[in-house]
Structure formats: C-alpha cells, structure tokens
Design a protein around this ligand. Structure first.
Ligand code: ZN
Ligand code: ZN
Length: 386
C-alpha cells in the first residue's frame, strides 16, 4: 500500500462522505443530476483538477489532471443518478464518492509516476445510459483503463451483463363501432398476435435470453375497434450480436401480426440499447489483489452468468474496463430499495467508500508504474471477443 494514497483519501474522507450524504438527501434522477454534477465538479476543482461540466451530455462532467511526465491515461467513472421513489437505492451517490476519492488518491502520487487522471461523470445509468453517449462520442478511445466500483451486499470483481435492445411496436388500424367491426381493423388484435408470436419464439432462443414486454396502448373503449396499439419490449441476451438476431425474429413476429390484421406497423428503438460487458480478467485480478491487501473478506470471483444490463457495456468495448462491487450492506438487503439507499450513509457505507477509493487509486498507480501489467490488460482487451 502506498502511504500517500491512503493519506490523501483519509484526509478527504469527511468531505467525500458529506457529498455522498448531500446526494442521498437530494436524490436526482437520470439526466436531471445538475446539483450532483455541480458539487462533484466543485470538489474536483478544489482538489486541483481541471473540470468541464455539461460534458457530452447535459449532466456529464470530466475532471482532468496531467502530471508533467508522459504516461498512461487512467479514468475513474462516477455515477450519480437516483431512482424514483427509492432515491439512491442503487447507491450511485457512493459510486461518485469512490470515483472522486480514487482520483484524489491517485493524484497524490501521479506526479512521481507520470500519466494522466480522468474522473468522468457518467449520468443516467438507470434510464438513458450516459456512458453510451460518451462512448459514441469517443470519450474512452484514448483511455488505457476505465474503472469504477458499485455498492453491493458483497465484495466482488464484477460480472457479465446482458446486452439489451429495447424495441417498440406500434400498430395502426382503423376505428369502427363495436357492432360494425367489419368496417375496422384492430390494432389491438395485431398487438395480441405479436405477443403470442413472440411467446412462441421462446422455445427457440439461446440460454440466458430474456424477453419481457407489455402492451402500452390497447384501445380506448370496449365498443370501439382500436385503431392504435403499442407494445414495449426488452430483448436481452449474452451478446449484442445475438440480441440483434433475436430482434430480427421478433420483428418478423410483429410483421406477421400486421399482415394478418391489415394494420400498418412501425418499429423503433425507444430507449438506449446496452452492450453486454466485455470482462477484463487482468483488471479483475488487480482489484482482487487490492481488496485482499485492504483486508476485505469473501471476495466473489467474476460472475459468469449474466445478470441485468448496464451502460458500462458500452465502455468495455472501447477500452479495458473494470466494474467491481463492494459490500456496504448486509446480505439480504435488496438492490433498488430504501434500505440500500440508507446503507450509503452508514458506517459500512463509509468503510466501502474508503476501501473502494484506495483500491481503485492503487490499481491505477500499479497500471502506470508497471508497463508489463498494463500491456497485459491491453493485450487481453484486444484479443478477447466478449
Ligand atoms: Zn440500479
Ligand atoms: Zn446501479
């Protein structure tokens, strides 16, 4: 352990926790996190970073610090969007504290080691995928490693996620009186047929595939043949390539339904598609080493079974990335709950913030100091498929 890193994080512990607490008390949902962005930017400025707010997306930011010596670029990612009803029930306020703390920790040694530190504020993870917009804008293309830690009920090195494609099907038929149905075309019938057709697909999908959908609009009154119906679906699978293949089959299901009912069909991508996560096992190994040195217990290996979807996927195909987990609540506490939100400001939350920030800063310092290690990380990134 480098004493300077530990000292820098500990000196900032109270101010970082006060940021975490302020976000807990004033949770802001995705793309509305203006106050959170402003307070994180302020803290980074005070700590000697050059900061740009409204970066790529309105509530995105980037803090940069370059040492006089050339070297690799290490990025720490912050999330700070909350959820409706449960506030910071996913603990993104703590992700932000850890990211800023890691930046401050690494800055304490980077002048000696060389290189550049980026602390990137990536908003709206839960709904709009700030990282996807940033990845598309090329933000991660020149980054050597992008790292973050998410609060959890266990310590872990990360895990696979599902690629996700959100599709909307809209059917346009013709209104008619319920007693003169022959004069109309039912958009609801088209939606019902699509629902059935897609359900029949399920037998023929790869393992770890999830299809969930709803009928959003199915008519206005029982005695009116519905002229409009719409459905929203999530298609998830182990890779984006497969999810696209599956989406094509689902589109055929909707086309068949439109044909059968004489309705017009419009298909659109109604939310942000998420890539699956490309795991970098070398970075995971480095995090494990850091967690062990900090005395963290029961560190879970990389979870190979995909669970959920996250916008970190977009980053992971642009540069080597790490999305670790740190325990801040007892097992059994549910994600996306008020209990999880409360854990972010508990003593366990504070311990997680300190350990997370030190672990990431240390990992960054190792990557700068040890070119062979960074080479291995990059080699794995280029050669692994997903
Ligand atoms: Zn969440
Ligand atoms: Zn989350």
């Amino acid at each position: 352990m480098r004493d300077e890193i530990k000292k820098a994080v500990m000196e900032n512990k109270d101010s970082l926790m006060s940021l975490v607490r302020r976000m807990y008390e004033h949770p802001e949902i995705g793309n509305e996190e203006f106050e959170s962005m402003a307070m994180l930017a302020e803290k980074l400025k005070e700590s000697g970073f050059e900061v740009e707010t409204g970066y790529v997306v309105p509530t995105g930011f980037i803090g940069r610090y370059s040492s006089p010596k050339k070297g690799p670029t290490i990025a720490f990612l912050c999330e700070y969007d909350a959820l409706p009803e449960v506030g910071h029930g996913c603990g993104h306020n703590l992700i932000a504290g850890i990211g800023v703390g890691a930046g401050i920790g690494l800055k304490s040694v980077v002048d000696k080691l060389g290189g550049q530190i980026l602390v990137i504020g990536t908003p709206a993870e839960e709904n709009f995928g700030g990282k996807v917009s940033m990845a598309e804008a090329g933000v991660f293309d020149a980054v050597d490693a992008a790292m973050m830690i998410h609060p959890s009920t266990e310590n872990g090195l990360g895990g696979r996620t599902n690629a996700l494609n959100p599709l909307k099907f809209e059917f346009f038929g013709k209104n008619a009186h319920g007693c003169r149905p022959q004069e109309g075309k039912s958009a609801l019938d088209a939606a019902v047929l699509t629902y059935i057709n897609i359900n029949l697909l399920r037998q023929f999908v790869q393992p770890d595939t999830y299809i969930h959908g709803i009928i959003r609009n199915g008519g206005e009154a029982a005695n009116v043949i519905p002229a409009y119906a719409s459905m929203e679906y999530y298609f998830r699978g182990t890779t984006m390539a497969y999810v696209q293949e599956l989406s094509e089959k689902a589109k055929k299901c909707a086309e068949a339904a439109a044909l059968a009912t004489g309705c017009e069909l419009k298909i659109s991508v109604y939310e942000c598609p998420y890539d699956d996560v490309k795991i970098n096992y070398t970075l995971c190994g480095l995090l494990k080493e850091k967690y062990e040195a900090l005395g963290l217990q029961e560190i879970q290996d990389v979870r190979e079974t995909p669970r959920g979807s996250s916008d970190i996927g977009a980053v992971s195909y642009r540069c080597p990335s790490l999305h670790g987990y740190i325990q801040i609540a007892e097992k059994g506490v549910a994600g996306h709950s008020k209990e999880m939100a409360a854990a972010t400001i508990s003593s366990m939350g504070e311990a997680g913030l300190i350990a997370g920030a030190i672990a990431l800063a240390e990992a960054g310092a190792d990557l700068i100091e040890n070119p062979a290690l960074l080479q291995k990380v990059k080699q794995e990134f280029t050669t692994s498929q997903h």
